[in-house]
Write a protein that binds this ligand. Structure first.
Ligand SMILES: [Fe+2]
Ligand SMILES: [Fe+2]
Length: 279
């Protein structure tokens, strides 16, 4: 069945990008700024935690991406990957603007990222500051090394953007929408999410095509999964001692269950079923 699934190739994704332009500066944040000043401490704490994770993540994935553009396999792939680089910078700009205008602490992007770093967990740092940085450096050093590219796309598109990113989007936007909070944040984050589904589409396409043509690369996918999944499980935890989970209205199991479902589905499409990762 999975053999019949139609995936979008880079040229199709690029055309879609041309039709999906938006500006991080045209999202209306005036209601958000008013709400922020009168928000309950528990809500504010949870939102600050989510925002900090997004701020750090988007900075990392903006500045640790260019190696993949340089490792393109066709001109169409190079074109699509160039658009993804722009998207990630745009996402970073949106969260920095939110900090400037809603949290009302205007600063440089770098200073926002530094402050946000105080809020994120050790598991989060292990993924973004160590694994991603090393995987990117490997690819920059040797763009024609297929295993380096497969390892990078597995980490970046399959783990960061799909497993962590889609889960954070679902539970964070469910919560603020249910509470009637931060409409500008929801609008910008939804546009970002739309971009992310295109990026994930590329990652699944690339891994599926590569594993089909080079079956030995399935081991690279498995190995990357085995190294990273413990940190992923750890970072899919609401912060603190359970109070944040109450505010969020979901359990750790809900978060992990959602993440695992999506990952299982994508690995099956790629041709490396999850059960073979831990066999
Ligand atoms: Fe992004
Ligand atoms: Fe992305």
């Amino acid at each position: 069945m999975s053999d019949e699934i139609q995936l979008n190739d880079p040229q199709t994704l690029y055309r879609r990008w041309e039709d999906s332009q938006w500006s991080p500066f045209s999202v209306d944040l005036t209601k958000d700024a008013k709400q922020w000043r009168h928000m309950e401490d528990a809500d504010r704490g949870l939102i600050l935690f989510v925002l900090s994770s997004l701020m750090v993540a988007e900075e990392r994935i903006t500045t640790k991406f260019s190696g993949l553009v340089g490792a393109y396999g066709s001109e169409e792939e190079a074109t699509f990957l160039s658009t993804q680089q722009v998207d990630e910078a745009r996402h970073m700009q949106f969260y920095a603007r939110f900090q400037d205008e809603v949290i009302a602490e205007p600063s440089t992007v770098g200073a926002h990222v530094e402050r946000a770093r105080d809020q994120v967990s050790d598991a989060f740092r292990a993924i973004f500051d160590i694994a991603l940085v090393e995987s990117h450096a490997r690819l920059v050093a040797n763009p024609s090394d297929l295993a380096a590219k497969v390892g990078f796309v597995t980490l970046y598109h399959l783990i960061l953007e799909s497993t962590l990113g889609l889960t954070t989007f679902k539970f964070a936007t469910d919560y603020v929408t249910r509470e009637g909070l931060l409409p500008g944040f929801v609008e910008g984050y939804s546009k970002i999410h739309h971009d992310e589904t295109r990026h994930i589409g590329y990652g699944v396409w690339f891994l599926r095509e590569t594993v089909k043509a080079h079956p030995e690369q399935a081991d690279t996918v498995r190995q990357t999964m085995r190294e990273l999944l413990p940190h992923v499980a750890e970072s899919l935890k609401p912060p603190g001692d359970g109070a944040a989970a109450n505010v969020l209205g979901v359990t750790e199991d809900d978060l992990r269950g959602f993440a695992l479902d999506g990952l299982t589905r994508r690995l099956k499409i790629i041709g490396v079923p999850l059960e073979t990762v831990f066999a």
